[in-house]
Design a protein around this ligand. Structure first.
Ligand SMILES: CCCCCCCC(=O)SCCNC(=O)CCNC(=O)[C@H](O)C(C)(C)COP(=O)(O)OP(=O)(O)OC[C@H]1O[C@@H](n2cnc3c(N)ncnc32)[C@H](O)[C@@H]1OP(=O)(O)O
Length: 236
């Protein structure tokens, strides 16, 4: 059972220093990314196509059959268990958070496929939400915006130590955020007080800041000490 004093960070989370998504660590994870892309495409097709009922039911049956094929393999639930499995097999661990996160996971079909990287003392992110993330007509759902902020700020904590739990997020929605176009995010650490990191981020579409966020993140009592000079390399 988890307790809230254990770190949320699995110590393998790194912040990329490149605006380009890194290649998958092996062919298996490349195939997972490809399947996630296919699932996103299927979802988009269903949400946007005026498809006949029979066709929808036929595709559902095929998808259930294919899901059962994959389910027949050994099941491993959660990043921690998967990481332990790879370690026990002496296999290389992918960056599981960036592959599996519901906000940014390249191999998670429900994630909008965000990329986060560091430049100096800031983290940047790029994401293109689509019709599956619609809130107000033609615009991004406010809860999805909260998810994106939470994740970018969470990862941004890595610049100054380990990743703590989100304590409080305060979001101001300045104007509707478009979908189906690349959005940019930028985040930084404003200050650290004891176990608390005060973070801030903005969401931009074209030249407009559509939302901004302040977050307070609470490091666990047994967290790594903050302000490691190279936090993304120190734990390897
Ligand atoms: C690997 C990365 C994965 C990505 C993760 C993405 C981020 C997430 O989604 S995390 C999930 C969402 N968040 C949660 O579920 C957190 C649930 N809450 C908790 O577990 C606890 O309340 C927790 C950990 C935040 C704080 O508990 P605890 O460590 O006991 O804090 P506590 O000792 O009471 O307080 C420490 C300090 O933080 C402050 N604080 C506590 N809770 C909060 C809060 N919610 N907001 C702001 N400040 C807070 C206290 O006032 C105190 O400040 P000070 O030192 O100045 O007196």
């Amino acid at each position: 059972m988890s307790n809230h004093h254990s770190p949320v960070d699995d110590h393998q989370v790194r912040i990329s220093d490149s605006p380009e998504i890194p290649p998958a660590i092996n062919d298996n994870w490349q195939a997972r990314r490809e399947l996630a892309d296919a699932l996103r495409r299927l979802n988009m097709a269903m949400l946007t196509a005026d498809a006949p009922t029979g066709q929808l039911r036929a595709v559902a049956a095929v998808v259930h059959t294919e899901a059962a094929r994959i389910e027949a393999n050994e099941r491993v639930y959660g990043r921690k268990a998967l990481s332990n499995l790879y370690t026990s097999r002496q296999q290389q661990n992918p960056d599981l958070l960036h592959e599996m996160s519901p906000a940014s996971g390249w191999s998670n079909a429900v994630a909008p496929g965000m990329h986060i990287w560091r430049e100096g003392e800031r983290v940047h992110a790029r994401v293109t939400p689509d019709w599956s993330h619609e809130g107000p007509f033609g615009h991004l759902h406010g809860g999805v915006i909260a998810l994106l902020f939470d994740h970018v700020l969470s990862i941004g904590q890595r610049m100054v130590g380990s990743i703590g739990h989100t304590g409080t997020l305060t979001i101001r929605y300045h104007r509707p955020t478009p979908i189906n176009k690349p959005l940019r995010m930028v985040a930084d650490v404003k200050r650290i007080e004891g176990r608390k990191k005060f973070m801030a981020a903005e969401l931009w579409a074209d030249n407009a800041c559509t939302a901004s966020c302040e977050g307070i993140f609470i490091a666990s009592r047994n967290a790594l000490p903050p302000a490691s000079p190279e936090p993304d390399k120190a734990d390897t």
